[in-house]
Design a protein around this ligand. Structure first.
Ligand code: PEP
Length: 249
């Protein structure tokens, strides 16, 4: 089945409103003919202005997190309704930085993903192993367990519309990209796990990105892997030129 690749830039805690708007204004003409879905994920403060700046372009906006409750006493959180109001199409969930620094759990990722999907926002669900787990050789079990937990309670037809980002923690921001074989091995295992739990149709449709030090020089070979449907890009998404080269691989 033909899956439209998706390339998303995770800006993390970078770019003020002015810098974010400037970045997407520079990016828009460079990616206007892209054959992939293009997404930028600014910080919460810049979401609204960036969404306004990309109106009429092929750039989609994603948030970096969302809470599962509609409103209430959840200091520091943002609801799906608030993202809907801005016109956000995607949300990054369960990034390793959220899991490692802010105590996010598989259960929380699942609740956030279900709330986002129900609100019409496509979750980009992150998974990935530490260097320790990689070296112990249990990385596939670890990643599959993260994904099975994140997808708990979803219907097969819904799973088909989700995005998963496989991001080995040892490759994030380190300049150490996983080899194409390493990326493909885990993305394939994720697709097989989805097939086992939700059936082949959902597995054939779900999009699986690789993330971890993706650069203009590495994207082409990565995208030739049969189970890699795009990339989640951190550092290289902060420069319009670099990110556009990745998008236009
Ligand atoms: C990320 O954190 O999602 C990421 C992939 O970062 P980088 O590209 O900088 O490794």
């Amino acid at each position: 089945m033909a899956r439209t690749p998706i390339i998303a830039g995770n800006w993390k805690m970078n770019n003020t409103i002015a810098q974010g708007v400037e970045l997407v204004k520079a990016l828009a003409p460079l990616v206007k003919d892209a054959t992939v879905d293009v997404v930028v994920c600014p910080t919460a403060t810049a979401l609204s202005s960036v969404a306004a700046a990309v109106k009429g372009t092929n750039i989609h906006v994603g948030a970096q997190n969302v809470h599962w409750e509609a409103n209430g006493a959840f200091t520091g959180e943002i609801s799906t309704g608030m993202l809907n109001e801005i016109g956000v199409d995607y949300v990054v969930l369960g990034h390793s930085e959220r899991r490692d620094y802010f105590g996010e759990t598989d259960e929380g990722v699942n609740k956030r993903a279900r709330a986002a999907f129900a609100a019409g926002i496509t979750p980009i669900i992150c998974c990935g192993e530490s260097l320790e787990i990689r070296e112990a050789g249990t990385y596939i079990d670890h990643v599959v367990a993260q994904i099975n937990a994140a997808l708990e309670g979803f219907e097969a037809a819904e799973v088909a519309k989700l995005v998963i980002a496989y991001e080995p923690i040892w490759a994030i921001g380190t300049g150490k990209t996983a080899t194409f074989e390493q990326a493909e091995e885990v993305c394939k295992a994720i697709r097989e796990a989805v097939a086992k739990k939700f059936g082949q149709e959902a597995a054939d449709a779900i999009r699986i990105q690789y993330g971890g030090s993706v650069k203009p020089a590495t994207i082409k070979d990565l995208m030739q892997q049969p189970n890699v449907d795009g990339a989640l890009v951190g550092g290289a998404s902060l420069k319009a030129q670099d990110f556009s080269q990745i998008v236009n691989y």
